[in-house]
Ligand binder design. Sequence first.
Ligand SMILES: Nc1ncnc2c1ncn2[C@@H]1O[C@H](COP(=O)(O)OP(=O)(O)OP(=O)(O)O)[C@@H](O)[C@H]1O
Length: 243
Amino acid sequence: MSEIIILEHVSKIYNSASGPVIAVNDVSMSVRQGEFFAIVGPSGSGKTTMLHLIGGLDRPTSGKIIVAGREISSLRSDESLSRYRNEIVGFVFQMFYLVPRLKVIENVELPLIKKGIQRDERRKMALEALRMVGLESAALKYPTQLSGGEQQRVAIARAIVGRPRILLADEPTGNLDARNSQVIMDVFRKLNQEYGITIVMVTHNLELIWYCDRVARMQSGSLVDIYTPDTYDQLIVSFVKKL
Ligand SMILES: Nc1ncnc2c1ncn2[C@@H]1O[C@H](COP(=O)(O)OP(=O)(O)OP(=O)(O)O)[C@@H](O)[C@H]1O
């Protein structure tokens, strides 16, 4: 399996009013093509910052980030980072960020308008993305007519409509109950296994790690360890000890 995301000695320091904050501290790791990868850790440990660095939403202070063969840490202009985001990654957040006055299918089409894709093709691609998340039948509804879990599936369809190789998800089940969280994870598993999309997910919820191939644990900006299913018990114990 080849490595689609490589981080080499990556650090991110924010300058806040109370002085510099080391959000990510000298992290080196990689994610393999086709992997379902999670990042866990307590609040403030640097998980979201890691995801933003991988997704080109932010730039590292030092270190190298290579995604799909491109060194994104050396991209200087906002345009080149934005092009990278449009071509390679899709984002899903805890909030769904759907436009309430647009129909579901129109919400899913939005990233394609930015890419200049024609209407008929857009419709086709959006319907296919909705089919991939099992929501084709909701295409003509409005977001407010859907449950929270369904709205998150629409947000996922919007994230994958441009066929990204990597899906980055930040607490994607944070606003959902256990049942809907499970549905979302089943959708991720399908996208990962059937469509080969590499997934990197940040989560607080340790129940979700069982869906993942590997899990990185962050603590105070540092990568403490990487776990595989045969060592998830140790990961859970390390969390319980902190309670
Ligand atoms: N734009 C910013 N300016 C200043 N400090 C920041 C900024 N973004 C993040 N930080 C700080 O960096 C550290 C890591 O934040 P980050 O959001 O990555 O953690 P997290 O593990 O995702 O936390 P949570 O689980 O609460 O979302 C925290 O101390 C946070 O306050």
